[in-house]
Design a protein around this ligand. Structure first.
Ligand code: BES
Ligand code: MN
Ligand code: MN
Length: 462
């Protein structure tokens, strides 16, 4: 592509500074205290799309946070790429574990990012990755090299389940019509091992409540004589896995896709060091379902995990009490063909059925979504693969991820198009954790690689 390298070299400081400004806006969708900031972020995205050369840019109101929509249609007979991303971020807590404040971005070097990484909540997930697309668009329009039509759809509720985006997509099929959907909201293996994400897991998220006596009790006067909801809840949770770490919910695995030996052998070829993996997490051994490797456990196998558990006294010192109630938040990561609503129902029935004597159990479903697999025998994947070869000098490895972007399955269902997941983050970038960061190398590589996707996708569409 003409002038791509030099354009990035000349503008890289501005690209970084613009991202830093966006990262200063605490657009936390889960916490209503940040409502103004989330709305401010939507406006900033709108402005950036205008500046990048979109002809139409709208803030589309929903029952929740708005969707920013932009487009540049150069010729109706050319293919259309729809870019999706999200401008909301996860809450930043626990704040005390950040080495610099989450909404005061700074560039620091790390072992894996010797050329610096921007530290801030949302740096990688997803502001940095979303903004790569805006800057790639800027390059293509400024240098007259946009080869096809582009639509941008950037939402503000991804981290809380994309409920309003689902409605928007169902209502606006004509407006969102496209030939391929492009998303950078995932990761790659390493900076010298490019990969393209070909799978996302589905999700079912539930909350459980166990109630024992009608009030908190003195643990001496009543202890041993009534069911303690916390004791019971932990027993019930423990029973959800067997000694091989299989999930015990009847029917849970019925629809799980079993990969062939060949497919599993192909997966095992991806470079991976178990030693480094353990070292990075300070663990002596890995843990998980018997019969599967670490990479299989976190991508092609379903899981059940407690994300939070509470009840009773957790303040300073000791209080002798038997709580009336105990709670847990539980997520199940699902694989293709498992239906999240079916799994939610299976969980609910099972968990209620194993309620031990002396307690009442309530299960409240939160949100969920289907998993997704991108086939690699289509021009979208091939265009992405050629783009990486151009900028990394290596063929990217297809790799399934353990994370979830539930809206991707809905895109396929409603818009009938495939999604290509060109993620540039690293697993170690600490998304959703304290000290989230995004490598400067990764950010600029993303901006460089995206225009080639447009080029090859347009060529292959002919
Ligand atoms: N960008 C992530 C998902 C992701 C990250 C997928 C890395 C693959 C690799 C997304 O923002 C996210 O956090 N999704 C949530 C689900 C959502 C419904 C809250 C998740 O995976 O927990
Ligand atoms: Mn994300
Ligand atoms: Mn996220």
């Amino acid at each position: 592509m003409k002038n791509l390298q030099s354009y990035i070299q000349e503008n890289k400081d501005r690209f970084l500074n613009e991202l830093i400004e966006l990262l200063k806006i605490p657009s936390v969708s889960a916490d209503s205290a940040y409502k103004k900031d989330v709305l401010k972020m939507a406006e900033a995205v709108q402005l950036s799309l205008k500046n990048a050369g979109c002809d139409v840019v709208e803030i589309c109101e929903t029952d929740g946070y708005p969707i920013v929509y932009g487009e540049k249609i150069i010729d109706k007979s050319l293919p259309t790429v729809l870019v999706y991303g999200h401008y909301d971020v996860q809450p930043a807590d626990p704040l005390e574990l950040w080495t610099s404040p989450p909404f005061e971005p700074v560039i620091k070097n790390t072992e894996l990012h010797p050329n610096g990484a921007v530290f801030a909540r949302g740096a990688c997930d997803d502001k940095g990755q979303m903004y790569m697309h805006v800057k790639a668009m800027e390059f293509m329009t400024n240098t007259n090299q946009l080869p096809c039509n582009v639509k941008f759809m950037i939402e503000g509720e991804e981290e809380v389940g994309s409920v309003n985006l689902s409605k928007f997509v169902k209502k606006n099929q004509e407006k969102l019509k496209n030939d391929v959907i492009l998303i950078s909201d995932t990761g790659m293996i390493a900076n010298d091992v490019p990969s393209i994400t070909t799978g996302l897991r589905g999700l079912s998220y539930v909350e459980v409540e166990v109630t024992g006596p009608n009030r908190d009790l003195h643990s001496g006067l009543y202890g041993g004589a009534v069911a303690n909801p916390i004791n019971i809840l932990t027993k019930m949770i423990a029973s959800l896995h067997d000694e091989n770490n299989h999930i015990t919910i009847p029917g849970f695995y019925d629809k799980v896709e079993n990969l062939s030996i060949e497919e599993r052998a192909e997966m095992a070829k991806a470079p991976f060091s178990l030693e480094n993996y353990k070292k990075a997490l300070d663990i002596d051994v890995v843990y998980g379902e018997k019969g599967f490797s670490t990479n299989e456990r976190n991508s092609i196998r379903p899981t059940l995990d407690v994300n939070g558990i509470w009840g009773g006294y957790i303040g300073e010192g000791a209080k002798t009490v038997i709580a009336s109630k105990a709670y847990a938040k539980i997520s199940m990561r699902l694989v293709p063909h498992q239906d999240w609503q079916e799994i939610t129902a299976l969980f609910k029935n099972h968990f209620e059925s194993i309620a031990l004597a002396g307690v009442k159990v309530k299960v409240t479903p939160h949100h969920g979504g289907q998993g997704y697999v991108t086939p690699i025998d289509n021009i979208g994947y091939q265009a992405a693969s050629k783009a990486y070869q151009e900028t990394f000098g290596k063929k990217p490895i297809p790799q399934r991820s353990g994370g979830s972007i539930p809206i991707v399955a809905l895109f396929e269902q409603e818009l009938k198009s495939k999604t290509i997941l060109m993620g540039f983050g690293l697993d170690s970038d600490a998304i959703h954790s304290p000290n989230e960061h995004f490598g400067v190398f990764n950010y600029l590589k993303g901006i460089e690689t995206i225009p080639y996707f447009y080029k090859y996708f347009s060529e292959l569409s002919k």
